[in-house]
Design a protein around this ligand. Structure first.
Ligand SMILES: [Zn+2]
Ligand SMILES: [Zn+2]
Length: 178
């Protein structure tokens, strides 16, 4: 493991949130947001309305820009998110999860809780000097972001099947030269 377990889960859910922007059907309705929330096992209060969805979509755009931003910009954005959402880190233990950090209250809006979870995870990445692990998929026709959690920082493609697709393409390219 490169980071603490809860950090890695948060990074994975942040990547998934950003990449919904590139899915054919990705967070275009409150129902799709419900499905995302269920899939990533978000607990806490919900309003299930357009305002909630809009706030999450605004956050998605912001996080996507942060993923690609230079270090200084990313740091400033992380600090701003933590401040805007009045993050207050507290150790908690619930369901099957052992001690981990919550920095928001359960009654804060979903968008704020998602923002702080992403920001707290990025805090770990930044202060461990591991920023190069935030990457964009190397496939030319894919704009997905990824978090490289491999030991030797060798990950190049996102989870959307790009590894297999690129391998098949390379194979065809080799075959056509024979
Ligand atoms: Zn928790
Ligand atoms: Zn990809």
């Amino acid at each position: 493991m490169i980071f603490a377990h809860d950090t890695e889960v948060s990074l994975a859910s942040t990547v998934a949130l950003i990449n919904t922007a590139h899915e054919p059907v990705g967070l275009t309705s409150t129902e799709e947001l419900d499905a995302f929330v269920t899939e990533w096992r978000w607990t806490g209060s919900r309003t299930h309305d357009e305002a909630e969805l809009k706030q999450v979509l605004r956050l998605r755009r912001r996080l996507q820009a942060m993923w690609l931003a230079p270090e200084e910009t990313l740091v400033a954005e992380v600090n701003r998110l933590l401040q805007d959402c009045r993050a207050l880190p507290q150790l908690v233990r619930h369901d099957e999860w052992d001690w981990h950090l919550h920095a928001t209250r359960d009654d804060q809006p979903l968008g704020e809780r998602m923002a702080v979870e992403a920001a707290m995870a990025l805090v770990d990445v930044i202060r461990s000097g591991e920023l190069e692990r935030l990457a964009v998929c190397a496939a030319d026709d894919c704009d997905n972001v990824l978090i490289d959690l491999s030991r030797n920082r060798s990950r190049r493609y996102c989870d959307a099947g790009c590894t297999n697709r690129m391998a098949a393409q390379a194979y065809r390219a080799r075959r056509s030269k024979v």
